[in-house]
Design a protein around this ligand. Sequence first.
Ligand SMILES: Nc1ncnc2c1ncn2[C@@H]1O[C@H](COP(=O)(O)OP(=O)(O)O)[C@@H](O)[C@H]1O
Ligand SMILES: [Mg+2]
Length: 399
Amino acid sequence: MKTIMILGASILQLPAIEKALTMGLKVVVVDMNPNAVGMKLPRVISEVVSTIDIPAVVAVAIKHSIDGVMTLASDMPMRTVAAVAKELGLVGITDDTALKATNKAIMRQALKDAGVPVPMFFKVSSKDEYNAAVSNFAVPFIVKPADNSGSRGIFKIADLSVHKQIEEAYSYSKQYSRNGDVVVEEYMSGSEVSVETLTVDGECHVIQITDKITTGAPHFVEMGHTQPTRLPGNISTRIAEVAKAANKAIGITNGPSHTEIIVTSEGPKIVEIGARLGGDCITTHLVPLSTGVDMVESCIKIALGKEPDIEAKFCKGSAIRYFDQQAGIVEAINGIEKAKAINGIYQISIVHGVGETVTEIDSSTARMGFVIAQGNNAEEASDIAEEAKDSLNIVIGTK
Ligand SMILES: Nc1ncnc2c1ncn2[C@@H]1O[C@H](COP(=O)(O)OP(=O)(O)O)[C@@H](O)[C@H]1O
Ligand SMILES: [Mg+2]
């Protein structure tokens, strides 16, 4: 029996842990939180170790003689995945790829060097460097931490005359930067998509392209995803080419990637690329609903050095929509059962429910819940998801 090690045991990793169990594998799960949901599943071998403690995770991998290592949709353990793969000679990304996939400054440079379209950018490590970088830009432009995710610390500067905003953007963004570096970059205007790929023995396959809805400025939190993209064929072809080039540029030879792209007037440019599956239910729910491809199973197989089944089984539409919310205490969420009964609704989930304090949506973890729909095409799935979302009556009281 083969052994797979999954880094992280939170609800985000559950689809991978559950899939590995149903595949009959021996499953080792690593998380610093002994109470994480995935640690408690029957047949799971739990190891209470931080997923970013590389030597400790390598030791666990050796102890269990694992045959493969993966994490689902999280950037944090990426470097650990690389280190374990290297130490045990398993399929996976290299340290270099892990760095290029998680540090936005290094990523942008690697993409630029390979001729992959990116916005103009500057990495800044101090206030002086920041001020110097800012002088190169006309408004609007973006300030973001070099190494965070979930839209934490993203800021759009819209007016150069508001000096306070420029000052505040730096400190706002820097507080979310783990290594202290901040990236200042050109604002790209246009439709935003993500590209989900699986690379097998050096060949990158585009599995699906997803249209995105975000809150927009200042924080750009994703509020909805729809598959397949409704952009015209010539543009989606170009998007797929850019995503494949990005995979090559950062050196992914086996495994998944999630590439975010904005289609500017100069063509598609990269927002970022992750050497992992896309989150927000994109790869765990939406891709299976729109194509029949099981990306999670495929990733487990790739990690174990087996051939994945990546052929589309059908062509339908799928969509996720996050609830609208404002800051306050959730008093009631009415109409869930009725919304669930709408034809095409696949799932409704509450992340922050009655009694919990919620904030405005300033990062993806703030979002209180979502609906997922399937339709015959993207438009239909989107309409169904919107209808279900709008039919809910969410009462949020002020504090
Ligand atoms: N240069 C940019 N131009 C326009 N929008 C951007 C730019 N950079 C980021 N964004 C917006 O902010 C969102 C989050 O930025 P991203 O770099 O993907 O950070 P995270 O790792 O937190 O997801 C993007 O999905 C996009 O909507
Ligand atoms: Mg992103």
